[in-house]
Design a protein around this ligand. Structure first.
Ligand code: CO8
Length: 261
């Protein structure tokens, strides 16, 4: 595979791609070169038919300590607006059709917290530190933090976090539903994310793609349109070979039937 300056990329299990942010000197601060590499690695996994699910993680100390403050401190309004600063950073991740699990250890601050929330499933270790400290820098979240954090933990808690710059521990993230699961140690967190990715990769990929699409629609549509959309996609899956295989095998051999897709 390709080699990167700020990433470690591997395939820890069949069909599972792992991307580890690797800029230890700056606690994985999200500079333009790092984000460019991240987008390239995601694109490579996205277009590789042998990869079915992706895990994104950082180091034990930091998932990512935010956008690179040193890089953006002198940015002007017209340069930020004119170049749609940050837009391209998240559009690639949120375009991903394959499931993305983010495994968060250490600091996930500012853009780091926002990046973690762009995944489909978020896992954390209990010592993880989530936060949107932009208020302390005289600014606000810029990559979806105000929207995704509020949906994840509710308005009052998100307001407190964003208005005061206070942090949220991994344990708390689990209790509030920001993280789907919380692990004792960073290693367990990454291993858990890889195991979940492997499990997902074992199912019908057409069904997984459809499932991700319909759940994501729930974030944008009202309940009635959302349920209608789901039903249409559900209808469409009766045209897939995998549905015939899955239901056919269940009916023939009973609930223990194991299908190899
Ligand atoms: N940008 C640039 N460099 C950073 C950043 C950062 N965000 N965070 C840490 N670093 C650097 C430090 O400058 C330091 O470098 P050096 O050794 O050259 O001085 C090195 O990483 C190690 O950091 P510390 O010495 O500070 O380590 P500590 O363990 O003492 O502290 C902290 C760790 C608490 C995480 C501290 O580094 C910190 O507060 N960092 C800044 C956190 C922050 O404010 N993040 C928000 C940034 S704004 C933002 O993200 C806007 C969102 C934009 C959208 C992004 C799209 C994905």
């Amino acid at each position: 595979g390709k080699s990167y300056e700020f990433l470690l990329v591997s395939e820890p299990k069949p069909k599972v791609g792992l991307i580890q942010l690797n800029r230890p000197k700056a606690l994985n601060a999200l500079s333009t070169p790092l984000i460019t590499e991240l987008n390239s690695a995601l694109q490579t996994f996205q277009s590789n038919p042998a990869i079915s699910a992706i895990v994104l993680t950082g180091s034990e100390k930091a998932f990512a300590a935010g956008a690179d403050i040193k890089e953006m401190k002198d940015l002007s309004f017209s340069a930020a607006y004119g170049s749609d600063f940050i837009e391209s950073w998240s559009s690639l991740i949120t375009f991903l059709k394959k499931p993305l699990i983010t495994a968060v250890n250490g600091y996930a601050l500012g853009g780091g917290c926002e990046l973690a929330m762009m995944g489909d499933i978020l896992y954390a270790s209990k010592g993880a530190v989530f936060g949107q400290p932009e208020i302390k820098l005289g600014t606000i979240p810029g990559a979806g933090g105000s929207q995704r954090l509020t949906r994840a933990i509710g308005k009052s808690r998100a307001m407190e976090c964003i208005l005061t710059g206070s942090n949220i521990s991994g344990t708390q993230a689990g209790e509030w539903g920001l993280a789907a699961r919380v692990f004792e140690t960073p290693q367990e967190c990454v291993d858990g994310a890889v195991a979940t990715a492997e499990k997902i990769a074992g199912f019908s990929q057409i069904a997984v793609k459809a499932a991700k699409e319909v759940v994501n629609k729930s974030q944008e549509l009202g309940i009635r349109e959302g349920v209608e959309f789901e039903r249409r996609v559900f209808h469409g899956l009766f045209g897939s070979r995998d549905q015939k295989l899955g239901m056919g095998s269940f009916a023939e051999k009973g609930p223990k039937a194991k299908v190899e897709w």
